[in-house]
Design a protein around this ligand. Structure first.
Ligand code: UDP
Length: 240
């Protein structure tokens, strides 16, 4: 058992690719309503839930730049805009499930989305509302994993929960190596030194500095988020 049962406030990182459920379209409505159910379960446990959403199902800046020759900074802004589109989709799905949700963006576009204001976000969380952070960090050359580490640190989250399509961190790629070992827990230093590709190095370095535990788990297995929040040994826990 882990002490995750004591968490009061969590930051959930959901990648853009998680939203399309493997389809060619940006979104999959079943995945979105499934995510809403998982978040509802966490709220029922009296947890405060903030979410950082990625944009990789629509635009990845690095790829757009290398494949299409779009200037990297422009491509990254396009990626950040994609996270706002995803934030809107996720907010809509959570609202449809009866979850009171606020969306804030690191990029200002006042007709479309509220700006990121830390104090307001914390107030919303204390009122039991879910807060979705879009727009990444608001700066090119960063990732939404780094935005997740940053926002989690700013709002004083007890942990960052990174949802992925594998059930934890492995010693090597489990799709390529049958002997790959899944870690129950792993010191963050080891994840950084062994370049295990859990999150980018900037995100991990910030979590390490802020002593922010990171849970890596499989998003598509129902009940896993609630199980983690009960302290069960799901996924991999990166320790500081
Ligand atoms: N991005 C950025 N700065 C940030 C966060 C994201 O420039 O602080 C851009 C970057 O181009 C990235 C894209 O937005 O490729 C989508 O974010 P990310 O790849 O992290 O999304 P995910 O993999 O989580 O879906």
């Amino acid at each position: 058992m882990r002490n995750a049962a004591d968490y009061r406030r969590i930051l959930l990182k959901i990648s853009g690719e998680a939203l399309n459920g493997g389809s060619n379209f940006c979104f999959n409505s079943q995945v979105l309503s499934y995510l809403a159910d998982e978040v509802a379960a966490a709220l029922a446990m009296k947890k405060q839930v903030a979410i950082v959403v990625g944009g990789g199902n629509i635009v990845r800046g690095e790829m757009l730049s290398s494949d299409m020759g779009v200037d990297r900074v422009t491509a990254d802004y396009m990626g950040m805009l994609a996270t706002v589109i995803n934030g809107k989709a996720l907010q809509s799905a959570l609202n449809a499930a009866g979850i009171d949700t606020r969306l804030q963006s690191a990029l200002n576009m006042e007709q479309v989305v509220a700006p990121y204001i830390r104090e307001k976000a914390v107030r919303h969380l204390e009122n039991g509302q879910v807060v979705i952070f879009a727009g990444g960090t608001g700066n090119p050359f960063f990732s939404t994993d780094t935005a997740a580490a940053l926002r989690a640190s700013e709002i004083g989250a007890n942990a960052l929960l990174k949802a992925t399509n594998v059930d934890g961190v492995y010693s090597s790629d489990p799709a390529k190596n049958a002997d790959a070992k899944r870690y129950d827990t792993l010191p963050m230093n080891d994840a950084i030194n062994q370049q295990l590709r859990v999150m980018d190095a900037t995100a991990l370095a910030l979590c390490r500095e802020r002593k922010l535990p990171v849970h890596v788990f499989k998003l598509t297995t129902p009940g896993t988020l609630a199980a983690i929040l009960k302290g069960q040994d799901e996924g991999t826990l990166l320790t500081c």
